[in-house]
Design a protein around this ligand. Structure first.
Ligand code: SF4
Length: 326
């Protein structure tokens, strides 16, 4: 296994004003995030809405520049967004968005849209490639002449996938790719993603709030909370015995063979990226918090079992551990 992409210490801030006279508030969408994407593997990124998953996807592809930190693709620093070097690199990394209708141009037949990236990057015979791509995503050739509104939601997402694959990318970032689809179609698109990833040897970042979907496609899962990864590990290990208190709460909400215990209901409000708590950002909602959690931010560290975790429980002296009640 080798590394295709590495991100170190990424920070992305936005400034929001509340009302015309309101003071701008800083919102830290991503706050010191590091991750690695191994070639030919899928990393699932999961967390509540607003935790910074989509911003992370955009930072990794260079669609936005980080305020701090670095992304390296194939060993080299990510070029500045919009630069000539970045445009050339775009053929090697593509994104699949949540809303296929929004991602497509309603005025163009879908076949044209699938081959558009080939024209942009000056690649190969578009007609032959179109037939290959339609076949790869399980669409009939005659659908190429149709317009997006003439297709079903599942067919549209297959078109978006075909377009993303047109230039033969190494990296695919899929941002909530099934959440706009009917439940009956979701499984088909998930199966297609798994099959394409394996057949083409793609490196994939699969972003979702749905842990069940992430489990289905991922070789590793990273759990994100308020702009940072708090636990990362192999799906079976992480889902059968999550170690981080936030991951424990997320996992307790889904059935998993071999895991015992009741659902953990988180106390307090969902996270607000403009009001990040001090220390461990999860401490106001954590039933296992200790005094140091309110002042000291835990670092993401490797554990003996191969997982990564950011939590003081890993290093806590026995008499410092907080209550384990929920
Ligand atoms: Fe809970 Fe403290 Fe661990 Fe944060 S560092 S998850 S507050 S125990």
């Amino acid at each position: 296994m080798s590394t295709l992409l590495e991100a170190h210490g990424l920070v992305r801030r936005y400034h929001q004003r509340q009302g015309i006279l309101g003071r701008p508030r800083e919102l830290r969408a991503v706050d010191g995030l590091s991750l690695t994407l191994e070639r030919g593997r899928t990393l699932g990124l999961v967390g509540e809405s607003g935790c910074g998953k989509s911003t992370t996807g955009r930072l990794l592809l260079g669609l936005e520049a980080p305020d701090a930190g670095e992304v390296r693709f194939a060993g080299a620093p990510m070029p500045r967004p919009g630069s000539g070097d970045w445009r050339r690199l775009r053929a090697r990394m593509q994104m699949v968005f949540q809303d296929p209708l929004g991602a497509l141009d309603r005025r163009l037949p879908v076949g044209r849209q699938i081959t558009e990236p080939l024209e942009i990057h000056g690649r190969g015979n578009a007609t032959a490639r179109l037939a290959e791509l339609l076949d790869a995503v399980g669409l009939r050739a005659e659908l190429a002449a149709r317009y997006p509104h003439e297709l079903s939601g599942g067919q549209r997402q297959r078109v978006v996938l075909a377009r993303a694959l047109a230039t033969g990318p190494e990296l695919l970032v899929c941002d909530e790719p099934i959440s706009a689809l009917d439940v009956s179609i979701q499984a088909q698109v998930m199966n297609l993603l798994v099959e394409l990833q394996a057949r083409l040897g793609l490196t994939m970042l699969f972003i979702s709030h749905d842990l069940r979907a992430v489990r289905q496609v991922s070789h590793r899962i990273a759990v994100m909370y308020l702009g940072r990864i708090v636990e990362e590990g192999e799906p079976d290990a992480l889902l059968s015995a999550p170690a981080h208190p936030y991951a424990q709460a997320l996992v307790s909400a889904i059935p998993h063979p071999g895991r015992q215990g009741a659902r953990i209901l988180l106390k307090g409000d969902p996270p607000d990226p403009s009001a990040r708590p001090s220390g461990c950002a999860f401490h106001p909602r954590c039933a296992q918090a200790m005094p140091r959690c309110a002042v000291e931010s835990p670092v993401l560290r490797p554990r003996a079992d191969g997982r990564l975790m950011a939590c003081h429980l890993e290093q806590a002296p026995a008499n410092e551990s907080g209550s384990h009640e929920n």
